[in-house]
Design a protein around this ligand. Structure first.
Ligand SMILES: CN(C)c1ccccc1CNc1ccc(C(N)=O)cn1
Length: 243
């Protein structure tokens, strides 16, 4: 899986890519990220990337030319890509979309805006506009990193322990179950005995029930098309809560 990032702050992207799961995946060569500094695609002495907005108003707007020059340079290798603009106006990103991007196996070219945004004519060169959530950020870089991180985790071999990718219960559409590790007791708070029992069947059942409990509490909207087994656990849970 290949990613390309267009940004005026390449260091912001590069420093994140040195660490953790993504860092290891890049070192293993199962993913590749090329970061382009937009200023390298300017033609003036001051390497300007922004200008005053037509129609007036506060703030500056990013010019189209540097982005156009960068995209023309990048696309000159003729490899198929999906050019994505990160913006608050985009289609809402989700695990489902991360899977979509992963399966498509196209290079993802991520465009990061700053200032008040980018000249609207950028849309002529963009395949998709994506938002990571309903909030305004100072730049698209964090959103680009969210896309890279969530998609890289889907690549086989990216996560040390393969199972943890599958087990991400969010992948199965629910919120995650609680996790514990040593010490067994901390500040009077004990690890649930079931997790010390070694009874893997019971533990799996307990985890499913707790995932449903968390989902019911914080994201009831995710509780749709449940299997008969899950419905049974949910009913048990509700009768417990309503005791
Ligand atoms: C400066 N702004 C507001 C802007 C305007 C237009 C494009 C890019 C930006 C960069 N900022 C972003 C980017 C993404 C998200 C998101 N929710 O995915 C939030 N903010």
């Amino acid at each position: 899986m290949k990613f390309e990032v267009l940004t005026i702050f390449p260091e912001v992207i590069e420093c994140y890519l040195k660490h953790g799961v993504v860092g290891r995946a890049l070192n293993k060569g199962i993913a590749e990220v090329k970061v382009y500094n937009l200023r390298d695609f300017t033609t003036d002495r001051h390497r300007k990337v922004d200008d005053y907005p037509y129609g007036g108003g506060a703030g500056m707007v990013m010019q189209i030319e540097p982005f156009y020059n960068a995209l023309r340079h990048i696309k000159s290798d003729g490899i198929p890509r999906k050019v994505i603009l990160l913006s608050p106006q985009g289609r809402r990103f989700s695990q489902r979309i991360a899977k979509e991007f992963y399966k498509e196996e196209k290079t993802l070219t991520l465009i990061c805006g700053r200032y008040e945004g980018i000249d609207e004519r950028i849309k002529a060169f963009v395949d998709e506009e994506i938002s990571i959530g309903d909030y305004v950020l100072s730049g698209g870089e964090l959103a680009a990193l969210v896309i890279i991180d969530s998609v890289v985790r889907l690549i086989p071999g990216a996560l040390g322990d393969e199972l943890s990718a599958e087990e991400d219960s969010f992948m199965k559409g629910f919120l995650d179950y609680p996790h514990y590790t040593r010490p067994e007791e901390f500040e009077g708070m004990r690890v649930p005995d079931i997790l010390l029992s070694g009874d893997h069947k019971k533990i799996a059942l307990w985890r499913k029930k707790e995932a449903l409990r968390n989902t019911l509490k914080n994201r009831p909207d995710l509780l749709k098309n449940l299997s008969a087994e899950d419905m049974k656990i949910l009913k048990e849970l509700c009768s417990e809560i309503n005791k």
